[in-house]
Design a protein around this ligand. Structure first.
Ligand code: X2X
Length: 336
């Protein structure tokens, strides 16, 4: 009888102690771009891995095209922190108006190649950024990538700063981008990605900057712009991330599954967006040429001409990012 009563009691009490009983039916993952871009596919791949490996206990739904924030992409960190989104596969650019330190990745001509970027994200600086973001309410699980942002326009090939002069360039509404474009002599116009394609189509702007494989090829940028300059001026990593309260609600076992899925999905996505952009395989640039674009690849000396003009950006933004963080990133970049 006693055993029976204990058994009955356990049956009723179990749900109170079992975490999975408290799990939500659906977790919302925020993504700024559409499902067909590699960025969106990376998000879906993550959701799929988590679902499979938790036997459907954790069900993540991907909300693409910035739908959780009505297109206003620079609000993404806030909606994640507040719990409107539970997860995000997010660009550092869209969060950097809220988290000043992430402007590190927006410093013009700072990351010469992918290896330098990887040393920064996977090393001390990446860890510091994670700790800092954790204190603000969000856990970063893995780094993916949007890519190096290369400038396209409908007017002329850009080889020198004078070619860029006066061109109306669409940028994300993150303050440093306005500053950078102004320092380079362009006329920046900030706009959400959700409105940008119509603006390209209607010629409201002359140009824009985005990654080749991640964005420019899938949106067929050649429909609007005939010229592209490969100048690697800024790169944006993506962060697979989760609201801290949501993260803490998972059992340790499920946290391990989710973290591992995030690492695998983000790594897959990062590998895909770099394809065709690293010599000797420059097939992504061939795709642009095939569609009639002039592809101008700047050498170090030409890049220096642009970089020189951005000194005011460093003067203004390094103190906001944190001198120490920038110096640590410089060490990682220069490491040979
Ligand atoms: O808005 C953009 O340019 C995009 C899609 O690349 C970002 O979200 C940073």
């Amino acid at each position: 009888m006693k055993k029976f009563l204990v058994g009955v009691l356990l049956v009723f009490l179990m749900p109170l102690f079992s975490h999975s009983a408290q799990y939500k039916k659906e977790y919302k993952l925020s993504c700024v771009v559409g499902p067909k871009l590699l960025w969106g596919e990376g998000a879906s791949y993550f959701a799929k891995l988590v679902k499979e490996r938790t036997q459907g206990r954790i069900n993540i739904k991907v909300y693409t095209a910035a739908s959780l924030m009505a297109g206003k992409q620079t609000n993404e960190f806030l909606i994640l922190r507040e719990g409107v989104a539970d997860f995000a596969f997010a660009s550092t650019i869209n969060w950097s108006s809220t988290i000043k330190q992430l402007n590190l990745f927006n410093l013009p001509f700072f990351f010469p190649d992918y290896a330098a970027l990887d040393r920064v994200t996977e090393g001390y600086v990446g860890e510091e950024l994670k700790k800092m973001i954790k204190k603000k309410g969000v856990t970063i699980l893995a780094w993916g990538e949007n890519g190096y942002r290369e400038i396209t326009n409908s007017k002329r090939p850009i080889k020198t700063p004078s070619d860029l002069k006066g061109l109306k360039i669409r940028v994300v509404g993150t303050p440093i981008f306005i500053d950078i474009m102004k320092s380079l002599g362009a006329n920046p116009i900030n706009m959400n990605w959700s409105e940008a394609k119509v603006a390209f189509q209607q010629g409201v702007v002359d140009g824009q900057e985005n990654p080749v494989v991640g964005i420019e090829i899938p949106v067929k940028i050649w429909q609007y712009h005939k010229h592209i300059t490969i100048w690697h001026y800024v790169i944006d990593p993506l962060m697979m991330s989760v609201n801290n309260k949501v993260w803490n609600s998972f059992t340790k076992e499920d946290q391990d599954i989710i973290r591992q899925a995030a690492i695998e999905a983000a790594y897959w996505e990062k590998t895909q967006v770099r394809k065709g952009l690293i010599a000797p395989d420059l097939s992504a640039l061939d795709t642009l040429k095939k569609h009639g674009m002039t592809v101008t690849v700047l050498d170090r000396k030409q890049i220096e001409e642009f970089k020189k003009l951005t000194k005011p950006i460093y003067d203004k933004w390094v103190p906001k990012i944190g001198k120490n963080l920038v110096e640590e990133a410089e060490k990682a970049v220069d490491y040979k």
